[in-house]
Design a protein around this ligand. Structure first.
Ligand code: COA
Length: 222
């Protein structure tokens, strides 16, 4: 290649790097200031607000919802504290928590959360819970697609992990439906009510997700 052409190629490569870096910074800064509103076919996902506390308390504290997850707050005030904490963690760039609001409603019926497992979100873990009246409605898959896409494309997660108690049929079934791959069993890894439970470890890799998305196509509406 001629020297001139080489220099031109290098300039283009440098320019692409500058543009990519600028795009990264913009995206990263935005979500730390406030989470985007993500719109699916059945639900809208948005930042948690203090006013969500009573609805989340009602949806997430019943035994059938909380039996396989870390104990949720036990009062409305406890949920308010959690929401304040979630916003501070988001502002610090370590965590994102979306409220799930079904179309036609204005109250939250559940949440999706993503936390970094290492600085910069290369690996992250996600979790979710919906009020039991909304199970089996398709809202999990609708919201889950939006969250995984946000994790991969905005947070730049390369590996998204999930842990679900082996006995949690719906939790494991939901992850499988979304295309997560079951990797193994984490023996006695979760302490619940004084008892250590086994958990399944699931993962979604960014490149796999992009392939899946290409198949789902217009199902992902932002
Ligand atoms: C996890 C959760 C958000 C999933 O939402 P959901 O609406 O129940 O999920 P879906 O109905 O879309 O999918 C669950 C799948 O598991 C299947 N399933 C249910 N019980 C099952 C069992 N015992 N074994 C295997 N699969 C089971 C369901 O049939 C369904 O698959 P299908 O739609 O092909 O029939 C919801 O159940 C929930 O909030 N649970 C309580 C909190 C929780 O456990 N969170 C997960 C922590 S990992």
């Amino acid at each position: 290649m001629e020297t001139g052409a080489l220099r031109q190629t290098q300039t283009i490569t440098n320019l692409q790097a500058v543009i990519a870096a600028r795009t990264d910074t913009t995206t990263t800064t935005d979500w730390k200031q406030s989470l985007p509103v993500l719109t699916g076919s059945k639900v809208t996902l948005r930042e948690l607000e203090l006013t969500d506390a009573p609805a989340l308390f009602a949806m997430l504290t019943p035994e059938e919802v909380s039996r396989f997850i870390s104990p949720p707050p036990t009062t409305v005030a406890g949920f308010e504290k959690f929401i304040t904490w979630a916003k501070a963690e988001r502002a610090a760039g370590r965590y994102a928590c979306f409220a799930v609001v079904p179309h036609g409603m204005d109250t939250a019926v559940g949440l999706f959360q993503v936390r970094q497992l290492e600085a910069g979100f290369a690996t992250a873990e996600w979790g979710f819970a919906l009020g039991s009246a909304f199970w089996g409605t398709g809202m999990f898959v609708d919201g889950g697609q939006l969250v995984v896409d946000f994790a991969v494309e905005t947070l730049r997660v390369g590996r998204l992990e999930a842990r679900a108690c082996v006995a949690n049929g719906r939790g494991n079934g939901a992850l499988r439906k979304l295309g997560a791959v079951q990797e193994g069993v984490l023996r006695r890894s979760f302490l619940k009510n004084g008892q250590f439970l086994d958990q399944m470890l699931w993962s979604i890799l960014a490149e796999e997700w992009r392939e899946t998305k290409a198949v789902w196509g217009p199902g992902l509406v932002h």
